[in-house]
Design a protein around this ligand. Structure first.
Ligand SMILES: [Zn+2]
Length: 180
């Protein structure tokens, strides 16, 4: 199965539009709640990033995030679990361990190709939701008049979007804004 990039981008944009989100930081916990997913923070071992537990007949869910992780990482986890909730039906409990941003697709221990696709899709959804292209375009255009290094741009944008510098770097690289 292929990663549904176009559909995922459109789905994320449609949510931002529906809830009137026009600039960063995207209120991801709030969006999750409004879509029927309650976000809870729990202490957990470091390798656990989050889970989504759905109530199949009611269209609602609980998204759990690791309280020990940095708030910016937790925001990406909420986006990732929300992606599973909206895109991947049929699994009552989904637990995510030890993924770091997009790198999940490189992990050889992932058991099946299907699982890989789901994880890539959930990461893509989180990226499209938290770092929409149109927002990035606007903010990067504002930098045009300033003389900033790539590192300074990434630091400023990561602060504004409330995402990790790593997640932002991956995003900007995949969109072709920076070269690695
Ligand atoms: Zn996942």
């Amino acid at each position: 199965m292929l990663v549904r990039r176009k559909m995922i981008r459109e789905r994320a944009l449609e949510l931002l539009e529906r809830f009137g989100v026009e600039q960063a930081p995207v209120p991801v916990d709030d969006l999750a709640r409004r879509l029927g997913a309650k976000v809870v923070k729990q202490d957990a071992p470091d390798e656990l990033s989050g889970f989504v537990l759905r109530e199949p007949t009611k269209g609602v869910a609980i998204i759990g995030v690791n309280a020990r992780h940095h708030p910016n990482r937790r925001r990406f986890t909420v986006g990732h679990e929300l992606g599973h909730f909206l895109l991947h039906e049929g699994e009552r409990l989904h637990i995510d361990r030890q993924w770091t941003g997009y790198q999940v697709k490189l992990r050889s221990e992932q058991s099946s190709a299907g699982t890989n696709v789901d994880e890539v899709e959930a990461n893509l959804f989180a990226a499209e939701l938290l770092m929409p292209i149109s927002f990035l375009n606007t903010d990067l255009a504002k930098f045009a008049r300033l003389t900033l290094t790539t590192e300074e741009k990434i630091e400023r944008l990561a602060n504004k979007y409330e995402v990790s510098q790593q997640a932002l770097t991956v995003r900007l690289t995949s969109l072709g804004y920076i070269q690695q």
